[in-house]
Design a binder for this molecule. Structure first.
Ligand SMILES: Cc1cc2nc3c(=O)[nH]c(=O)nc-3n(C[C@H](O)[C@H](O)[C@H](O)COP(=O)(O)OP(=O)(O)OC[C@H]3O[C@@H](n4cnc5c(N)ncnc54)[C@H](O)[C@@H]3O)c2cc1C
Length: 330
C-alpha cells in the first residue's frame, strides 16, 4: 500500500479543511471497509485519509416531523433505531440486509452511500477502465452477469449502496458541506449516470463531505422492500426494490400514488414512473403487482450475460409491492 497521512479532526470544519480539491488526493474514511480494500488493491491511492467518525454526527434527531441521520452513524445502529423503524421501515430493512452483523457494525451511513462500485474490472488494477481514467468498459465484451440493465454507458456498473434506493424512494435530502459552506441535494439528484462524469457516481466534490441524510415527514405511507441475493449469501443483492404506497383517503384499499425504485439494476437508484403509473388507482392484488413489475422492467437493455436480471428485478418489484400492501410473500 502506498504510504499516506492520517488526520483525525474533531469537527466538521476541520474535516473539510483536511480534504483537497484534487480528485482522490485526500479521502474521508468512515468504517474503512470499502476504502481500505481499494487502497490495498491499488485502485485508489490517496495521500491523506480524513477520519470522519469523530467529526460528523452519529445520531438520529427529529426535524419537522422527519428525521436527520448523522453520516457517521453505524449501519447496525441505524437498522435498530426505533424511530427509523417506525417512520421509515423500508430504510431500516435496507440497512439490516447489508452484509453481516460485523459489516453493519463497522460500516457508516456516509460510507455506505459513497462506497464505490463492485465491478470486478474496476476492482482489479490490471484493468484500466473508464472509471480509472481509461477509455473502455471491459464489461461490454467481458463478464457482465452483475452489471447494469438500465442506464448503462459508457460504464455499466450498478450502484452498490442499499441505502441509496430507499433514500430516493423516501425523497431524502443529503446535506453536504465543503469549503464554501453547506448545500442540500435531493437524493434523486445526488447519484449520477456515467454520462455526466464516468469517474464518479455522484455530485460530491472532492473537498466536500456528506454529513446528514434528512428524511421528510413520511405521511401515511405503506412501504415494502425486497432484495434478491445469490442463495442466502451475505453478498450484495442481484436486484432489489423499495416501494412506497400512499392510499386514497376515501377508498383506503386503492392506491393514490406510488413510488417504485429499483437497486442493483443501473448506475443509479432506478425509479420507474411506468410502474408507479400502473399502480395508481388500483387495489393491490397479485395481478396488479405483477403488471406494475412488468411495467418497471420495460425498456431494460441487458448485456450478453445478464438478461436473467430482468426476471429477478421483476420479482423484487412485485414482492415489494405485495409487502407494502401487507400481502404475504415468500
Ligand atoms: C461481504 C460484504 C457484503 C456487503 N453487502 C452490502 C450490501 O448488501 N449493501 C450495501 O449497501 N453494502 C454492502 N456492503 C458494504 C458495507 O455496507 C460497507 O459498510 C460500506 O461499503 C462502506 O462503509 P464504510 O463506513 O466502511 O465506508 P468507507 O470504506 O470508510 O468509505 C467508503 C467510501 O465513502 C467515502 N466516504 C465515507 N464517508 C463519507 C462521508 N461522510 N462523506 C463523503 N464520502 C464518504 C470514502 O472516502 C470511501 O470512498 C458489503 C460489504 C461487504 C464486505
Amino acid at each position: 500500500m502506498k504510504p499516506f497521512a492520517y488526520v483525525n479532526p474533531a469537527n466538521e470544519k476541520d474535516a473539510v479543511a483536511a480534504l483537497a480539491p484534487e480528485f482522490e488526493r485526500a479521502l474521508p474514511i468512515g468504517g474503512g471497509q470499502d476504502l481500505l480494500a481499494r487502497m490495498k488493491d491499488y485502485i485508489t491511492q490517496p495521500d491523506r485519509l480524513v477520519n470522519v467518525k469523530n467529526a460528523l454526527e452519529s445520531t438520529v434527531t427529529s426535524l419537522d416531523g422527519g428525521l436527520k441521520i448523522g453520516a457517521a452513524m453505524k449501519m447496525a445502529d441505524l437498522a435498530e433505531h426505533a424511530d427509523v423503524k417506525r417512520l421509515y421501515p423500508a430504510f431500516a430493512e435496507a440497512a439490516i440486509e447489508v452484509g453481516t452483523p460485523q459489516i453493519r457494525n463497522q460500516g457508516t451511513v456516509g460510507g455506505n452511500l459513497n462506497q464505490r462500485p463492485r465491478c470486478w474490472y474496476f476492482r482489479n488494477e490490471e484493468f484500466h477502465c473508464f472509471k480509472k481514467g481509461g477509455n473502455t468498459c471491459f464489461s461490454i465484451t467481458g463478464e457482465n452477469q452483475f452489471h447494469a440493465i438500465f442506464g448503462g454507458g459508457p460504464s455499466f456498473i450498478v450502484h452498490p449502496s442499499s441505502l441509496a434506493v430507499p433514500s430516493v424512494a423516501y425523497r431524502a435530502t443529503f446535506r453536504l458541506v465543503g469549503p464554501k459552506g453547506e448545500r442540500l441535494v435531493p437524493a434523486s439528484e445526488y447519484f449520477t449516470l456515467p454520462t455526466r462524469n464516468v469517474r464518479v457516481e455522484n455530485v460530491l466534490a472532492p473537498d466536500e463531505l456528506l454529513t446528514h441524510v434528512i428524511l421528510p415527514a413520511p405521511g401515511n405511507l405503506k412501504s415494502g422492500h425486497y432484495e434478491v441475493r445469490y442463495k442466502t449469501s451475505h453478498d450484495w443483492p442481484i436486484a432489489f426494490a423499495t416501494v412506497l404506497l400512499a392510499m386514497e383517503r376515501t377508498k383506503g384499499s386503492t392506491v393514490g400514488s406510488a413510488r417504485v425504485v429499483m437497486g442493483a439494476v443501473a448506475p443509479i437508484p432506478w425509479r420507474s414512473q411506468a410502474a408507479e403509473k400502473a399502480l395508481a388507482g388500483k387495489t393491490i392484488t397479485e395481478a396488479t403487482a405483477a403488471a406494475a413489475a412488468e411495467a418497471a422492467l420495460q425498456g431494460a437493455r441487458p448485456l450478453s450475460e445478464n438478461a436473467y436480471k430482468i426476471q429477478v428485478a421483476k420479482t423484487a418489484v412485485k414482492r415489494a409491492i405485495l409487502r407494502a400492501a401487507g400481502i404475504q410473500t415468500v
